[in-house]
Design a protein around this ligand. Sequence first.
Ligand code: HEM
Length: 260
Amino acid sequence: MSQAINPKGARKYVAGTRAADWAGDYLGSTLGNKVLVAVTGLSLAAFVIGHLAGNLKMFSGRESINAYAYFLKHDLGVLIWVARAGLLGAFATHVALTIRLKLKTRAARPIGYATQKSAQASVQSKFMLSTGLVILAFTIFHLAHYTFCVIHPVEVNGVLVDYSQLTHKGKHDVYSMVVYGFSTPWISAIYVATQVILFLHLTHGLTSSLHTLGLLGRRFTPVARLAAYGFAGLVLAGNLTIVFAVWGGWLTLPSDVTAL
Ligand code: HEM
């Protein structure tokens, strides 16, 4: 065994301690959990902005977005599965550790403060767990909608098909799929509401991740907040532009939609 019991109760490392022991203890600690939540949160934010950049190809035309989706699915080979596994791992770690930290805080302070916790705490910071769970629910809905295509069958030439059957020039017709999706009011309402929730989650999450990782100290809180609001605002505006472009008739259903 590479560690011994310290008579004072805390764990004491002796010669021969393996890095794995240290890493295990560090990552299991509250500080380690916070660092992991910050790192996975920043990775998910990077995915969200990358995903938005890809989605904006809707404005370059049907063939452009369809070719992009085809490239991701068919030309990247094993890399797409590595990226998906990384994304899933980051998502699961982020959610599990956030819940763990919340439970630890509750257990350490079961009675609660006599007065309201902090007059300064932002609305966002108080609702991080709830907004996070809404984003989790949205992601499950979104995968069922656009990746597994099991939510919303559509009628093409008198036949009811699912989105995965939409095709154009030998490729999946992602363009028509997105237009069909956002032409349906209840679906658009879910997307619009969730983008606002995502904005609130990102503004606080990014500010606090920058602090946790020591990238911007407390002195720079206004800078961190500005960066977080700028980033979250870009994601909100970008994603809503796609939904509103369908509503407003800028992105329209092509006249030659075909299903397999
Ligand atoms: C208006 C906003 C959005 C649009 C138009 C959109 C569109 C799409 C489409 C079309 C796909 C399927 C691509 C394909 O299978 O060919 C997809 C997949 C996905 N989207 Fe979104 N999305 C939006 C927002 C979001 C947000 C906010 C998140 C995260 C919280 C997200 C997470 C994902 C994930 C995880 C996938 C699966 C990626 C994969 O299969 O590798 N999306 N999205």
